[in-house]
Design a protein. Structure first.
Lengths: 818, 167
C-alpha cells in the first residue's frame, strides 16, 4: 500500500513543496513500521513512539487512513520528534517544536540544510550541522507528538530534559564537535549533565539537605511543565518575563526557587539561557542571596604522590560533607581535579631575551669556550672560535640529573620547589571553595595536606626535572646563552655569547628589510597606540586592547648558516591593536574559501594523503614542491589592499558587499561549545565583533604600518612586506595567493595561459585536485608530460595578466622535485 | 617520505629523544604519552601500505623506549589504536558496498514498476503509444532529479556508519 502511494505521489501533487511533504509522510510511515516490527529496536525510542504519538491510522491500508495519519503533520503549535529506523542511529533522535506545522518546519530546515551544504555563512544549530557533516538529514523523519498546544515551546524544553534526546543541545555536545581533531572528547561532568533527572534523583538521596528536598517535593516542582513554562517566560523578552520575575520576588517565589530554577535554566539553549539566567541572577541579588556558583574542578599542581587524584577528591568530599548546610541549594560542587601545567624547561632555562637585552646595551660579550674544554666533543662547530654545544651530545658528559635536561625536550615540565608547590595547592583549594560557593578551608588543614603530599612526592623523585637541577645546569654553564636552533625547537643548544651576538647582528643587518631607528622602545609604543585609538577607537572601542608593549624581536640561529645568522622572530604578544589583528585574520580566513573556492590551500594533510594514496601507480606522475621565498616580505602593501577589493568582487555573487554592509566575526578561540577547558565547560561568547566593509582597507593599512619592533633596548623597523609575527600577516598573504590562484583556475585565463591546457580536456580536472598550498609551500602532483607547466607558473607574464602592480612570480622558486 | 616505485608513504617521525617528552617530566602519565598517541594516529591514518604502518609504529615505540617509557605499555597502546582504526574503517567499507547495491536495486525496480504503470495508464486512457517513450523519458529525468532527496531516504539500511563529509 505504501509503495503504491509512493509511486502515485508524483502524480497527485502539483507543487514541489507538496511533493516534499508527501514523501516525508510516506517515509515516516515506513520508518515507524520498521521500528515497531523490526528486530531489536531501541527501547527508549520505541516506547516514546508507541506511548506519545498517534499511531491509530498507521496500519490502515486505505487512502483515507493515510490522510488521517497525515493530518497531525499539518497542525500548528506542535512538538515533534525526528527519528530514524537505522538501528545504530535510533538512540540519536531529535525533539523540536514548530509554530505553523511539523512539515513546514521540516521544509524550512531543508532550506537551511541546503545553505549549509553550499557552504554559505549561516548560523545553524548543532543538530543540523551534524546532519550536514554526515550527509544524512533525510535519513531522519519527523512525527508530531503534540499538536495545537499553546505552550509548545515550554513543552519542548520540558520533554528535552525528560527524554534527553541525543541530538538536542546540550546532549549533542557529548559526541559531536564540528572541526575537531582526532582526540576523543571527555564526557561532560555530572554538573553539566542536565538538571532535571539528576535533580529528582537527588531528592531521594539520604544526604540531600532538607531545604533542597523541600523544593523538590513542592507542588510547583511536581508539575514539570509549569516549571519549564516559568523558565521559558524568563528566557523571552515579553511581558510574561516581567510577570514571572514579579512572582519570583514575591512570597510565592523566593530564593530557594530561584536557585533551583537557575540550575535548570543553565542547560537550555541560547538565547533562552542567557536571558533567563540574567533574570534569575538579578532576582537572587534582589533577595540578597549568595550568587549561584558554577561547579568548577579543582586546579592543583601535579606531583609524584601515589593516588594523587583520589587523595585530593577525598579531601574535597570531606570538606563538602562538613559544609553541607552552607551549600547553595541545588548547586553541588565539582570533585574533579585538573592538573595545572608546570613551567617548561624552555621557560626556566632559556635566557635568550636577556641575551638580546645585553646585546642591545653594547656591552662586549665574554667568551665561555675556554672553560668548556671538557665539553668540546659536544660542540657542533669545534673548529670555530666560538662554540655551540648540543644538548643531546652532552648526555655522557654530565651527571644523570642534568643529562635528562640537556638531552631531553625543552617542552619537558619542571617540578616546582616546595614553597611554590604549597602556594599553588593553597590557591587552587581556595579558588575551588570560592567558585563552588563553599566556605573557605582553614589554612592549617591545607598546609597539612600539602606537607603530606610533598613528603610522598620527595620519596618517589629520582632523576626528575626539578627547579634545583635547572639551577645546577645554569651554574655549570655560567655565562652561556641557552636556546634552541631553527627547525629544532625542542633541542637544547648552549651558545657562547660571542657567537650568539654575532648571530643577532647578522640576522637583522639586511638594510633592504630592516632599518635601525634611533629611538627608545618604550617611547615608541605610546604614540602609535594613541593614534590607533584616535583613528579606530570610536567605531571599534575594543580594537586597541590592553597591550602596550612594542612587538619584541628574537632570533633562531640556523645550522645551514653555521649558526652565525638566523631566522628573525617577532612576537606580537601584549602589543596594541592585537584584538583587531586577530579579528581581521579570522574574518579573512573565513571569507577565502567562500570567495575563492578553487584556491589550492583547501583540505588538510589527510586530504592530501588520501589523494596521494589514490594516485594511479602507472600514470607517470611527478610531485613538485615549491617554496615561496620570503612569504611576508615579498608582497607590497598596495597589493594587499588590491587583493582585498578583488576578494570582495569574488564574494559579490554570494553576498552583498556594499560599503555599509557589516561582517560579524566571532572573537571566540578555536574551542567548541562543550569542550572542557581548564576544568570548565567552554561556551561560546554571546558577542560578535562587527566590522563595516568600508573600514577594512584602512584597518589593513593600519595593521601593515605596525612595522616597528623592539630588539632589547633598540628599535628596528621592517621596511617592506607585511609585519613578520603579526597575527594578520598569514591571512593577508594567503588572501593574495588565493586570489591569484582563483583567477588562474578560471576558464577564461587558463585558455590564454598555456597551449598545453587547451590541448587537453582532462588536465584542468587533474590540476584542481592536485594542487595544494601548505602555508608557503606548494605541492603539485601532475603527469610528467605536463611538467613544462611548472616553468609557466614561475613565468612573470602569468601574473601580469592579473593586472597587478607587483609580480608574485618573482618569489616562486622551485625547491626540489622527486 | 613518498616512495614512487611502488607508491608508498613512509612515516618519518622524530628520531631524537629531545623531540619527545621525558618520563621524568613534571606531568601526569596520560599527558606524557599524549604525543605518542597522536603520532600513532598520524602513522595509522597516513602511512600505506600496512607494512609501512607497522614500520612507523615500531619506529615510534623504539624512540619512546629509548626515552625511558616501558615498552609493554607503548606496545599495548599502539595495538589498541590500530584496532580502533581498523574497527572504524571496516563498517564504512561494508556500508559503501551495500549502499551502492541497495541503491542500484531500488532505483531499478522503482523505475521498472513506474514505466509499467505509465504504459498501462497511457494505453487505457487512449493516449497514443507513440508519445509514450518521450513521456517516460521526461518522468525518468524528473525522478532522477528528486531521488537524492526522497529516494535515498527510503533505503531500508540496518546500519549507518558515520562518514563525515569530505571537506
Amino acid at each position: 500500500m505504501t509503495l503504491v502511494i509512493y509511486l502515485l505521489t508524483p502524480f497527485t501533487m502539483t507543487h514541489s513543496i507538496h511533493l516534499f511533504q508527501g514523501f516525508r509522510i510516506i517515509q515516516t510511515r515506513m520508518m515507524l513500521l520498521a521500528i515497531l516490527h523490526g528486530l531489536l529496536p531501541n527501547p527508549k525510542l520505541k516506547s516514546i513512539l508507541e506511548g506519545c504519538t498517534d499511531l491509530t491510522h498507521l496500519w490502515g491500508n486505505t487512502l483515507h487512513s493515510h490522510n488521517l495519519f497525515s493530518r497531525p503533520f499539518f497542525q500548528p503549535q506542535s512538538v515533534y520528534i525526528r527519528f530514524t529506523h537505522i538501528v545504530n542511529l535510533q538512540p540519536k533522535f531529535y525533539l523540536g517544536s514548530a509554530m505553523h506545522s511539523t512539515l513546514d518546519r521540516e521544509y524550512s530546515r531543508s532550506r537551511k540544510y541546503l545553505q549549509l551544504t553550499h557552504e554559505r555563512l549561516v548560523q545553524a544549530e548543532l543538530a543540523l550541522r551534524y546532519w550536514q557533516e554526515h550527509d544524512n538529514l533525510y535519513v531522519w523523519a519527523p512525527i508530531p507528538v503534540y499538536t495545537n498546544r499553546a505552550d509548545f515551546r515550554s513543552l519542548e524544553m520540558a520533554l528535552i530534559q525528560e527524554w534527553q534526546p541525543k541530538l538536542n543541545f546540550p546532549f549533542i555536545c557529548q559526541f559531536f564537535h564540528p572541526k575537531r581533531g582526532i582526540l576523543k572528547k571527555p564526557l561532560l561532568n555530572t554538573n553539566a549533565q542536565f538538571g532535571l533527572a539528576t535533580l529528582w534523583r537527588r531528592s531521594r538521596h539520604k544526604f540531600t539537605p532538607q531545604i533542597v528536598r523541600q523544593i523538590l517535593t513542592s507542588s510547583r516542582f511536581q508539575n514539570r511543565l509549569e516549571l519549564w513554562t516559568i523558565i521559558h517566560a524568563l528566557g523571552s523578552n515579553t511581558k510574561a518575563r516581567f510577570e514571572q520575575m514579579k512572582m519570583l520576588r514575591s512570597n510565592d517565589g523566593g530564593l530557594t526557587l530561584c536557585y533551583a530554577l537557575r540550575r535548570l535554566a543553565n542547560n537550555t539553549q541560547e538565547p533562552f539561557r542567557t536571558l533567563s539566567l540574567n533574570a534569575i541572577d538579578s532576582t537572587i541579588k534582589w533577595w540578597r542571596g549568595k550568587p549561584a556558583p558554577r561547579a568548577s574542578a579543582l586546579r592543583a599542581p601535579w606531583s609524584l604522590s601515589p593516588n594523587l587524584p583520589l587523595q585530593l577528591k577525598n579531601f574535597l568530599r570531606t570538606w563538602h560533607h562538613k559544609m553541607l548546610d552552607y551549600q547553595v541549594p541545588c548547586h553541588t560542587p565539582s570533585f574533579k581535579t585538573v592538573f595545572i601545567k608546570h613551567a617548561a624547561v624552555l621557560d626556566q632555562l632559556c635566557n635568550h631575551k636577556q641575551a638580546i637585552a645585553d646585546w642591545s646595551t653594547s656591552n662586549p660579550p665574554i667568551c665561555c669556550c675556554k672553560v668548556w674544554t671538557t665539553y668540546k666533543s659536544a660542540a657542533l662547530n669545534p673548529t670555530d672560535d666560538h662554540w655551540v654545544l648540543s644538548g643531546s651530545l652532552l648526555h655522557s658528559l654530565l651527571p644523570p640529573a642534568l643529562a635528562v635536561i640537556a638531552e631531553g625536550s625543552l617542552s619537558n615540565k619542571v617540578f616546582p620547589s616546595k614553597k611554590e608547590y604549597l602556594t599553588q595547592l593553597r590557591s587552587g583549594l581556595q579558588s575551588w571553595t570560592k567558585r563552588n560557593g563553599l566556605p573557605s578551608m582553614p589554612t592549617s588543614s591545607i598546609s597539612e595536606l600539602g606537607h603530606h603530599l610533598w613528603s610522598e612526592h620527595t620519596q618517589h623523585i629520582t632523576n626528575h626535572i626539578t627547579k634545583s637541577s635547572i639551577t645546577q645546569l645554569q651554574s655549570t654553564f655560567e655565562g652561556a646563552v641557552f636556546r634552541c636552533e631553527d627547525k629544532q625547537s625542542s633541542s637544547l643548544r648552549i651558545y657562547c655569547p660571542c657567537l650568539y651576538y654575532q648571530s643577532i647582528e647578522n640576522t637583522f643587518q639586511d638594510p633592504s628589510i630592516f632599518e635601525t631607528l634611533q629611538v627608545d622602545p618604550t617611547a615608541t609604543v605610546t604614540s602609535p597606540a594613541t593614534s590607533l585609538q584616535k583613528k579606530h577607537g570610536k567605531a571599534y572601542p575594543w580594537a586597541v586592547g590592553a597591550g602596550r608593549q612594542l612587538p619584541a624581536g628574537y632570533i633562531l640561529a640556523k645550522r645551514k648558516k653555521e649558526l652565525r645568522s638566523g631566522r628573525p622572530i617577532i612576537s606580537f604578544v601584549e602589543s596594541p591593536f592585537r584584538p583587531m589583528l586577530n579579528i581581521l585574520a579570522r574574518l579573512i580566513f573565513q571569507l577565502i574559501p567562500v570567495a575563492c573556492p578553487n584556491h589550492f590551500a583547501t583540505g588538510d594533510v589527510y586530504t592530501l594523503l588520501s589523494i596521494l594514496k589514490s594516485a594511479p601507480v602507472d600514470a607517470d606522475l611527478i610531485l613538485v614542491n615549491q617554496d615561496l621565498a620570503g612569504f611576508f616580505t615579498s608582497i607590497d602593501q598596495d597589493r594587499f589592499v588590491g587583493s582585498w577589493f578583488m576578494l570582495l568582487d569574488f564574494l559579490r555573487p554570494t553576498m552583498n558587499v556594499s560599503d555599509d554592509e557589516v561582517f560579524s566575526v566571532y572573537p571566540g578561540k578555536s574551542n567548541n561549545p562543550g569542550d572542557i577547558i581548564k576544568g570548565r565547560t567552554f561556551r561560546r561568547l554571546n558577542v560578535t565583533r562587527k566590522i563595516i566593509i568600508k573600514d577594512v582597507p584602512d584597518l589593513i593599512k593600519s595593521a601593515l604600518n605596525m612595522q616597528t619592533f623592539a630588539l632589547g633596548q633598540k628599535c628596528i623597523r621592517q621596511c617592506r612586506g607585511s609585519p613578520m609575527g603579526s597575527p594578520l600577516s598569514p591571512a593577508l598573504c594567503l588572501m593574495v595567493v588565493s586570489v591569484s590562484e582563483q583567477i588562474w583556475s578560471g576558464p577564461s585565463l587558463s585558455t590564454n595561459f598555456s597551449p598545453t591546457i587547451t590541448s587537453s580536456s582532462d588536465i584542468s580536472a587533474t590540476l584542481t585536485t592536485a594542487w595544494f598550498l601548505v602555508t608557503d609551500n606548494l605541492l603539485i602532483l601532475l603527469p610528467m608530460k605536463y611538467s613544462s607547466m611548472m616553468v609557466s607558473m614561475a613565468n612573470p607574464s602569468f601574473l601580469k595578466l592579473n593586472q597587478t602592480k607587483n609580480s608574485l612570480a618573482s618569489c616562486w622558486k622551485p625547491n626540489h622535485s622527486s | 617520505m613518498l616512495e614512487t616505485k611502488p607508491l608508498e608513504l613512509i612515516y618519518q617521525g622524530p628520531t631524537n629523544v629531545s623531540q619527545v617528552l621525558s618520563p621524568y617530566s613534571a606531568s601526569p602519565p596520560k599527558v606524557l604519552l599524549s604525543g605518542f598517541r597522536s603520532r600513532c594516529h598520524i602513522v595509522i591514518k597516513g602511512a600505506f601500505p600496512t607494512a609501512r604502518v607497522h614500520q612507523g609504529l615500531d619506529q615510534l615505540i623504539r624512540l619512546y623506549t629509548r626515552a625511558g617509557f616501558p615498552k609493554e605499555e607503548l606496545q599495548s597502546l599502539s595495538d589498541q589504536l590500530l584496532i580502533q582504526h581498523q574497527n572504524s574503517q571496516l563498517p564504512s567499507q561494508i556500508f559503501a558496498a551495500s549502499a551502492a547495491c541497495v541503491a542500484r536495486f531500488f532505483s531499478l525496480s522503482s523505475l521498472c514498476s513506474f514505466s509499467l504503470w505509465l504504459l498501462v495508464l497511457s494505453c487505457s486512457s487512449g493516449v497514443c503509444v507513440f508519445f509514450f517513450p518521450s513521456f517516460r523519458a521526461l518522468m525518468l529525468s524528473f525522478l532522477a532529479q528528486i531521488s537524492p532527496h526522497f529516494g535515498v531516504s527510503l533505503l531500508l539500511l540496518s546500519h549507518w556508519h558515520h562518514r563525515p563529509r569530505s571537506r
